[in-house]
Design a protein around this ligand. Structure first.
Ligand code: GLC
Ligand code: MG
Length: 212
């Protein structure tokens, strides 16, 4: 394998069934030359459901939970997990987040040991809520990053996490050079992929949060 293809799922690879099918057929013909990675905000379970439902190709690696987990053959990458666990106090961060009534926890299925996820449906004031949260985290000495996607989803992850850092970790492990790495995405949790050393495709239906 001499090419790394890292694709977001919702509204990038998936969203238009006809286009997904055509793209998959094209990809299938090059499959042996490509290391295929799906990078999604979804949990591992929810991603497996989507792969079955849309008949997507089986990836070589899955970056799930917005970069908080990496899977190979449905097995969690424990080195990545251990790396993210350093300097990460999920319990303290969760109790701090509880002080923000605007943050409504997402379903327990979307939470994992390295990801706290909420909904924030207050577009005009969302950025001030997120700034306050960032400040409170810093004041409390809690290392974390906040990722805002689709004008609604708030993910709090370890500082060392996110899709971009996860893809760079795999890129190094597989020894694939940046100019043979292509990342594709549409929304806020994809921004970190475009900050890495790689080529990129922002899909035509991308949201302004990524375009900006
Ligand atoms: C997916 C996940 C959700 C997350 C969002 C943004 O929708 O299900 O938990 O907040 O992506 O990363
Ligand atoms: Mg997407």
């Amino acid at each position: 394998m001499n090419f790394l293809l890292v694709i977001d799922l919702d509204n990038t690879l998936v969203g238009d069934d006809e286009a997904t099918l055509a793209f998959n057929q094209h990809l299938q013909s090059k499959r042996s030359q490509i290391c295929l990675i799906y990078a999604t905000g979804r949990s591992h379970n929810s991603t497996c459901e989507l792969i079955a439902q849309k008949q997507l190709l089986t990836p070589d690696y899955l970056i799930a939970g917005a970069g908080s987990e990496i899977y190979k053959d449905d097995k969690l990458d424990l080195d990545w997990a251990e790396y993210l666990s350093q300097n990460w106090d999920k319990i303290a961060i969760a109790s701090l987040a509880q002080q923000f009534p605007q943050l409504k926890p997402q379903s327990p299925k979307e939470q994992n040991p390295w990801k706290l996820s909420f909904c924030l449906e207050l577009a005009p004031t969302a950025s001030s809520v997120l700034n306050d949260l960032q400040e409170k985290l810093a004041e409390s000495g809690l290392a974390a990053q906040i990722i805002f996607s689709s004008n609604r989803d708030v993910d709090i992850l370890p500082q060392t996490s996110n899709k971009g850092n996860a893809l760079t970790y795999l890129q190094k492990r597989l020894q694939i050079p940046p100019d043979a790495t292509l990342v594709c995405g549409d929304s806020g949790n994809d921004i970190s992929m475009f900050e890495q050393d790689a080529r990129g495709v922002i899909v035509a239906n991308a949201l302004s949060e990524l375009l900006e």
